[in-house]
Design a protein around this ligand. Structure first.
Ligand code: PSV
Ligand code: MN
Ligand code: MN
Length: 406
């Protein structure tokens, strides 16, 4: 580590009124869940490119995830997707994960890859299909019990392509009916995270199109339900950090699916396109956590930070390392916002000073801080470099091509 660079950084931040030790503590506590599907082959409707050494089953996905955790110290849990990660024995998968120092994280039901779901899953007008979809949700609650997972993460592809294709209000009722049954099956410590998305694969209407619909549904279900914000699921120009602040205040922000978008649900490496948005999201979270009036739920302790990306052309493990490091960097910058300075400017109604107090934190180079944190945690200062030099890809080349698809 460059001690001089760190000493300068510390002096600079201390003189701005930033408690560096507190920032370090927060950084050490940051946990970002990686998705099992981010380690598999994925693609677009044009082509799925197969890479050499891609995990062939859920066990190998955990092996790869363990490398990310070992080098970054940021990713102790992995989300699973059912049936992509269906196994005969979840105790075995759980012990495999635990043996690698990992936990099984959120369980994601899959209600979009079965022929039956072409016209909807829990919102299908055919009662038999709704039953099948609800049974899958109940199966996922059982899986979460076996894996020791707290969160059930729901995303529905349900929607229609044409006006008049289906009864929007009836579908709304069926969605509530199905999720109510699932909600009742959850244990008291479980949480239902409800994701929304404004379009795709349905192009006319999506049954859970925005945060307001997810929020309304969560409110009807109860305190164990909250909203999951996938950063790629908004119309261009949407102020995502405003949604975050609103949900924090309502204590209904359950978690994030981080990724970057340029045009639609691009699922690119988080922080690759608009890192300032990510910084501003963390600024809102830190601000809310700092607010004594904010209750326990919705504060940073209970927010599930998860990556949700598809690595179509990128080497998977490197893409994951880059992603979580990008999140860590923006979080570190947000921790440098001097909230007292922001509040004083707000109080004085000084627009320029308030904007400056937030933006100036973003403009610092946090490398010395991150290096210090990694050194204290016994981690490589540059996890990406360490991975590239590790020879891990060579060691898994025997897996060959044609591994698991997302
Ligand atoms: C599809 O849009 C999607 O990317 C959603 O964001 C889900 O969270 C993810 O797939 C996994 O089902
Ligand atoms: Mn998502
Ligand atoms: Mn998505």
């Amino acid at each position: 580590m460059n001690d001089r660079a760190y000493a300068l950084f510390e002096e600079q931040q201390t003189s701005r009124g930033i408690d560096i030790n507190k920032a370090k503590e927060k950084l050490k506590a940051l946990q970002i869940e990686t998705p099992s599907w981010g380690y598999g082959d994925s693609g677009t409707r044009f082509k799925v490119f197969q890479k050499i050494g891609v995990p062939r089953d859920p066990f190998e996905k955990f092996d790869d995830a363990a490398v990310v955790q070992k080098l970054t110290g940021l990713c102790p849990s992995v989300a699973i997707h059912i049936p992509w990660d269906k196994v005969d024995d979840y105790d075995k998968l759980r012990s495999h994960a635990e043996g690698l120092g990992l936990k099984i994280g959120a369980v994601n039901p899959n209600l979009f890859q079965d022929e039956d779901y072409m016209l909807g899953s829990v919102t299908n007008s055919d009662a038999r299909i709704r039953r099948k979809a609800t049974d899958h949700l109940l199966e996922c609650v059982d899986i979460a019990k076996a894996t020791g997972s707290r969160d059930l993460s729901l995303w529905f592809a349900d929607g229609t392509n044409y006006p008049g294709q289906a009864d929007i209000r009836k579908r709304k009722g069926w969605m509530l009916e199905s999720l109510t049954e699932m909600y009742k099956a959850m244990t008291p410590d479980m949480r239902m995270l409800i994701e929304y998305k404004f379009f795709e694969p349905a192009f006319y209407h999506t049954d859970l199109a925005d945060w307001g619909m997810a929020y309304n549904l969560a409110g009807k279900l109860g305190d164990q339900a909250s909203v999951l914000v996938d950063t790629g699921h908004h119309a261009p120009g949407t102020n995502v950090e405003h949604i975050v602040a609103y949900l924090l205040d309502e204590q209904r922000l359950g978690g994030f699916h981080f990724n970057s978008r340029k045009y639609a649900d691009d699922d690119l490496i988080v922080g690759a396109i608009n890192p300032y948005e990510l910084f501003l999201i963390f600024y809102q979270i830190i601000e809310a956590a700092n607010d004594a009036n904010t209750g326990i739920r919705g504060c940073s302790d209970n927010i599930a930070y998860m990556i949700d990306q598809c690595h179509n052309i990128e080497p998977k493990i490197q893409a994951m390392i880059r992603s979580v490091l990008n999140v860590q960097t923006q979080y570190a910058k947000a921790l440098l916002v001097n909230l007292d300075e922001v509040h004083a400017a707000q109080e004085a109604q000084d627009v320029m000073a308030a904007e400056d107090a937030v933006r100036s934190a973003y403009e610092f180079d946090v490398t010395p801080l991150l290096h210090a944190v990694r050194e204290e945690q016994g981690l490589p200062l540059d996890p990406m470099k360490a991975f590239r030099e590790s020879g891990y890809y060579e060691s898994v080349a025997h897996r060959g091509k044609g591994g698991a698809s997302w």
